[in-house]
Design a protein around this ligand. Structure first.
Ligand SMILES: *Cc1c(COP(=O)(O)O)cnc(C)c1O
Length: 242
């Protein structure tokens, strides 16, 4: 039995501590439960503590768990790499925000499908701030151009940016990723692009949420520290070759 409830309490304490240390109101930072590989029964335990925001990386898992959790009325976000042939599927499951829009082709096809369904959706633009080839996300120097293009699509409501920090034990290698995301956010705000909001910074995970909060995160995405280690390596979720 994993101590999911206790783990959530301790994550909330970490969030609160990091906020206080950085003169931020803990209410400014939302906890998102990253539930990949976690069975619905365990997600239910987490939701029973009052948490409401969950996210999957793969459509298949979303499909498998969605109905089992429906009665608890969670808010569903999507944080995984989205292939254009899965767009129809992702829109079936009440996803209120896609964190991983990282290319024009994807945005174009999302817009086409949403138009057809007469729907809109919140999105974040995912940026590859660590410049690792294995990571998804638009290159930092192309992010603003992408945002300007995506802003043309009225079905996609841009709410901010998302990144995955460098995997490293060294804080001074992780922090620049989050600083860069914040910096791009500020540049976009300056440009005042119609229909573009920039209030959300989705960054920080189990190992680095304090650094992310110090740099301005508004959503931290936590899996391992709540649900325990996963069976599959994260490259399974993050590597384009899989
Ligand atoms: C799995 C995942 C997380 C959570 O990572 P942990 O290290 O398990 O907290 C956050 N963001 C994304 C995009 C993920 O795939």
């Amino acid at each position: 039995m994993l101590h999911i409830q206790e783990n959530i309490t301790s994550i909330l304490q970490r969030i609160e501590k990091a906020c206080i240390a950085n003169n931020r109101d803990p209410k400014e930072v939302r906890l998102l439960l990253a539930t990949k590989t976690v069975p619905a029964s365990k997600i239910r335990l987490a939701l029973a503590t009052g948490q409401t925001l969950i996210a999957e990386n793969k459509i298949q898992e979303l499909k498998e768990k969605y109905h089992d959790l429906l009665d608890l009325k969670p808010t569903n976000h999507f944080i995984g790499h989205l292939q254009t042939n899965k767009i129809k599927d992702v829109l079936k499951y009440d996803i209120s925000c896609i964190h991983s829009v990282d290319r024009l082709d994807l945005a174009t096809k999302l817009h086409q499908r949403l138009t057809l369904e007469n729907k809109t959706i919140d999105i974040l633009i995912q940026i590859n701030t660590s410049n690792e080839e294995s990571k998804f996300g638009i290159a930092p120097d192309q992010a603003i151009e992408l945002i300007q293009q995506v802003a043309q699509f009225p079905t996609l409501r841009i709410k901010g940016l998302m990144t995955i920090g460098l995997f490293s034990a060294e804080e001074d290698k992780i922090r620049p990723c989050f600083k860069l995301l914040k910096d791009i956010q500020q540049q976009v705000i300056q440009l005042n692009i119609p229909h573009v909001e920039m209030q959300e910074l989705s960054m920080g995970m189990s190992g680095d949420l304090e650094i992310a909060i110090a740099e301005g995160a508004t959503i931290v995405r936590v899996g391992t520290a709540i649900f325990g280690e996963r069976l599959y390596p994260d490259s399974y979720y993050w590597n384009e070759n899989k």
